[in-house]
Design a protein around this ligand. Sequence first.
Ligand code: PEP
Length: 255
Amino acid sequence: MDKAKRKAIIAGNWKMNKTPKEAKELLTAIAPLVADADCEVIACVPYVDLAVALEATAGTNVKIGAENCHWAESGAFTGEISTGMLKEIGVEYVVLGHSERRQYFGETDETVNKRTKAALAAGLKPIVCVGELLWERECNITEEVIARQIKLDLWDVTEEELKNVVIAYEPVWAIGTGKTATSDQAEEVCAFIRAQLAKLYNQDAADAVTIQYGGSMNDGNADELLSKTNVDGGLIGGASLVAEKFAAIVKAASK
Ligand code: PEP
């Protein structure tokens, strides 16, 4: 499939930044700057910001996502948020398996898979993050790591459900470090992810999946990264917290 036919998506991942008041200010600044975007624009925000974020973006083209969700419908899971809670207030996307969740909060491919299945069942669109550690890249096992993550994280996800899945390739060594993968490195792994999807599903299904790159993407390097055939968008951390920088990345994806 022609890249132009795939949905380009630029999603901000705010991580643990911005109070509700600050969230409202930032989204009020972002919305007019991206109003004519020719790509999907999403802000994934902390749980307590969700309500205000939905309110601030109502009637705009900015969609709102959460940064995680649990797989159970309800129950004794202190500190967790269910898919039903997110769905009821109007959240559309959810980031799952982010490397910070894997690294600091014991997230595994098994729990990423459970969360992915639950999100899809609830009608949320998961942005499933995969990526290798620096050590794994140096040991030349990037493809092995990515193949395993894709297979396990999407275990039991049907071809129909895959239509609502976004994959974010985020080399862990490039997140928040200022070290960006070169556009060739990003393309190589995003193409590999698509090939894995084709193996697990089929070529048509794989061709329709939006694959983002994430890892220090900013207004200076977005053009080059997004020019690559298999890089369909970006998951943006730091640069999504500055309206003008985020809008410049959205503009690059709209070309
Ligand atoms: C991220 O948090 O997903 C990310 C890519 O962060 P940054 O853009 O800051 O590297």
